[in-house]
Every structure is written in C-alpha cells, then in structure tokens.
Design a protein around this ligand. Structure first.
Ligand SMILES: Nc1nc2c(c(=O)[nH]1)N[C@H]1C(S)=C(S)[C@@H](COP(=O)(O)OP(=O)(O)OC[C@H]3O[C@@H](n4cnc5c(N)ncnc54)[C@H](O)[C@@H]3O)O[C@H]1N2
Ligand code: MOO
Length: 390
C-alpha cells in the first residue's frame, strides 16, 4: 500500500490546470483568477473628505475662528471655486476637497448662523482628508492565481474591472454504485439504503468551485457500470463511489480498466479510505472512492479537493493542516494514517469515541479530522496534534 502523500503525488500527475474563460464580475466570486488584475484608476481619484463638516484652509482652522461659507461640495458634486482666507465650504463625506483647503472640521465642532460659521474651542488635529490614491493607484496589482473572495470582488469592482479571466469550472461526474442504493426521496426496499455520500461530495464540489453532475446510480453489474461511465463522457474528473473493495460485487476497478483506465494506484495506507483507486481514463482523471460514507467523504477532503484545486490552477498542495492540543490521552496508533472525527473546543481536540466509517452522524457533528501518523506513539493530553478543518 502506498502512503497518503504518495497517492497525492500520483493524483497531481493525473490532472492539470484547465483553460481560462472570461466572466462578468458579478459571477466572479469563488472563481480562480488566472492573470493578475491591474487597477485601471486611482482610488480615491481625488483628495476626498472622510467626514461631514466644513473644508477650511489650515491657516484658518483656529479654535473660535469665524468663517464665511461660500459653497457646498457633496459626493459626486465638487465645489469648483477656490477657497480664500476667512472662507469655508460646506462638505460631505466622499466629496472632493475644494482647492485651497487642507482640512475638514467636523460639523459637531462647528456652530452655524446663516452663511457664518464659528469653529469650536477644541479642534482635533486630524485633517479628515483621504489623499488621492491612498487605497490603490493605477497599475497596482491583485495577484493571481487566487480564489476570488467577496472582498477581492469588491476591490476589482473599485479598480473598474468589469470582467475577469478565471479558470473554467472542472466538470465532475459522480457515479454511485450499488444495488442497495436509492436516491433521497425515493422509497427504499427493506434491503436498501439512501445514496448519501454522493450528495455530500456534490456539496463539497460545489463549495470547491467545480461543476458536479450526479449520474444515475450504477447497479452492481458490468453493463450498468459501463453505461454509467458512458454517461460520464465529457467530464474532466470521473468520481465513482463504492464497489472499490475486494468483494464479488466490487466491479468498479475491473470495468474501468476494461474501458481503458490506466490505473495509477490501488489502496492507500489510510483509515478510513484504504480501497481508494485512481487512474487516467481517456481525457478524464478517474478517482474511485470507497463506498463507506465516511471513507468517501474523508477521501473527498484529502484527495478530491486538492485535485480540484490543481484543475483550477491553484498550487498542488495537500489539504491544509493546523495544530491543536489533545484534550485527552490516546493509545498507540495503527499502521495506517488515521483521519479521526474530532471535536475542537477552545483549542483542545477530542476524537469521537466511535470511528466506524459508516457513521455519518458523527462526521456531521465533528469539527475537524484529527490526523494520526502511521504507527503513532501513545499520546498524552496536551500533546500537539495536526488536524484538517471540516
Ligand atoms: N474482506 C475485506 N472487506 C473489506 C475490506 C477489505 O480490505 N477486505 N475493506 C473494507 C473497507 S476499509 C471499505 S472502506 C469498504 C469499501 O468497500 P467498497 O468501496 O467496495 O464499497 P461498497 O462495498 O460498495 O460499500 C460499502 C458500504 O458503503 C455503503 N455505500 C456505498 N455507496 C454508498 C453511497 N453512495 N451512499 C451511501 N452508502 C453507500 C454500502 O451500502 C456499504 O454499506 O470495504 C470493506 N470491506
Ligand atoms: O478504510 Mo474503510 O475506508 O475503513 O472504511
């Protein structure tokens, strides 16, 4: 059996970044920017007021000074004249600062009578002016590749970038396999259960920025599996669920290889997720996940997500890990890297008591997957451990 890290290397070799496409900014959130974006203007484009008040010359900003208001500057409407000695301009937040003024006195520090104002006895030292280009300047860059956050999208809009080049969404075909499965909402026979991890993986793929397609459930026959692979035509990644182990009805590997799949590996020293397989099938990469619901979801986080990131043009990296302190003692670990459902509270990590790979309810309630290395020594409360956030 190969290690998780060796399996990841194989998987990264099976995929490559997809081609870019242009999308309007309104659809850019969560997509991966391909080329650095370059600001097309300065922001703010003028020295602007940060407050509502009165724009004055610095020389006139003495406590108790009386000044004459000669006009108004509002956001979108500048005051065109120049401000001379003893003069002030009524100004509002976002308005360009009038020529000759170098400071805004906030209206709370001013009393007004007609066109006369008197400055208060205590004035703060701030100018309340945002200099032109203080946010960004023309030519400033937002680096790529990067997944565009809501804040990035706001910044791009401010830079006057109306459309962006992003990586095309990876098309992923999801094939559940098994005579025992029905779709959620259907009525199962007494021996049947509901296809669950299929939908968990679909949700994960949505979150990752892929374009998942849930195909009809393939039955445990060669012809049904062949038909499912046929329906997956056009996908960049074909993900099968179940039928990966050694039982008489576990046909996925055989059928895929008969259809030309070049297998990169089968079986990984991890728990859960051991009977994982992967390879190249024509133009697509193929990832065969184990059927046990938690195994499939864990493999989704540990393997599928990093593959999708590479297809999106992001760096080839394992699922990001963080560290926390163990909240309890742990016995010696086993010969496979163990991904344990665990709670994380106040920086203390405590694995669930039961770790059977069929228990989805525990996965749903877990905060993290705590990772125990192969043959991990016994651990004490307070030891540092690694985890993957869920
Ligand atoms: N003799 C051995 N038996 C098993 C081994 C082994 O090494 N030797 N490995 C075990 C491990 S570990 C796993 S994991 C499972 C994986 O088996 P398969 O990938 O062949 O999965 P199935 O047998 O098809 O299903 C297992 C289990 O999961 C349920 N399932 C399958 N698909 C779905 C789905 N889409 N949604 C919900 N539940 C699903 C299925 O009904 C089974 O209960 O093999 C062990 N056996
Ligand atoms: O490795 Mo299996 O994935 O334990 O249940």
């Amino acid at each position: 059996m190969i290690t998780v890290s060796e399996a990841l290397d194989h998987l990264f070799a099976l995929v490559s970044p997809l081609e870019p496409e242009t999308v309007p900014l309104a659809q850019a959130g969560g997509r991966v920017l391909v080329q650095p974006a370059v600001a097309r203007r300065d922001q703010p484009p003028f020295d602007g007021s940060a407050m509502d008040g009165y724009a004055v010359r610095d020389e006139d900003a003495d406590p108790g000074a009386s000044l004459t208001v000669i006009g108004e500057a509002a956001a979108g409407h500048r005051f065109d004249g120049a401000v001379g000695p003893g003069q002030a301009v009524r100004i509002f937040t976002g308005a360009p600062v009038p020529k000759g003024t170098s400071r805004v006195v906030i209206q709370e520090d001013v009393t007004r009578d007609g066109d006369q104002i008197t400055l208060g006895s205590k004035l703060d030292a701030k100018t309340h002016i945002r200099p032109a280009g203080s946010d960004f300047k023309i030519g400033d860059i937002l680096d790529a590749p990067r997944r565009l956050s809501p804040s990035d999208v706001a910044l791009l809009a401010s830079m006057n970038i109306a459309q962006v080049e992003v990586t095309r969404k990876p098309r992923v075909a999801l094939i559940s396999t098994g005579d025992e499965l029905v779709m959620p909402g259907e009525t199962p026979s007494p021996d049947q259960i509901i296809a669950s991890n299929t939908f968990g993986l679909k949700a994960l793929l949505d979150q990752l920025g892929a374009e998942p397609r849930v195909l009809p459930i393939a039955r445990d026959t060669r012809s049904s599996l062949e038909m499912a692979f046929e329906l997956a035509e056009g996908a960049d990644l074909v993900v099968t669920i179940g039928g990966a182990s050694v039982g008489d009805h576990d046909l996925v590997g055989d059928v895929a290889q008969d259809l030309g799949m070049q297998q990169a590996f089968y079986k990984v020293a991890m728990r859960p997720g051991k009977p994982l397989m992967a390879g190249r099938m024509g133009d697509a990469a193929m990832l065969g996940l184990p059927g046990n619901p938690v195994s499939a979801m864990v493999c989704g986080h540990v393997f599928m997500a990093p593959m999708i990131r590479v297809m999106l043009g992001l760096p080839a990296c394992p699922a990001p890990r963080q560290t926390a302190r163990l909240g309890c003692d742990m016995p010696k670990g086993g010969p496979r890297e163990h991904y344990m459902r665990a709670a994380l509270n106040d920086g203390k990590i405590v694995p669930e008591g039961r770790q059977d790979s069929s228990l989805l309810s525990l996965l749903a309630h877990a905060d993290v997957l705590m990772v125990r290395p192969v043959d991990d020594a016994p651990r004490q409360k307070g030891d540092q451990v690694e985890y993957i956030a869920l």
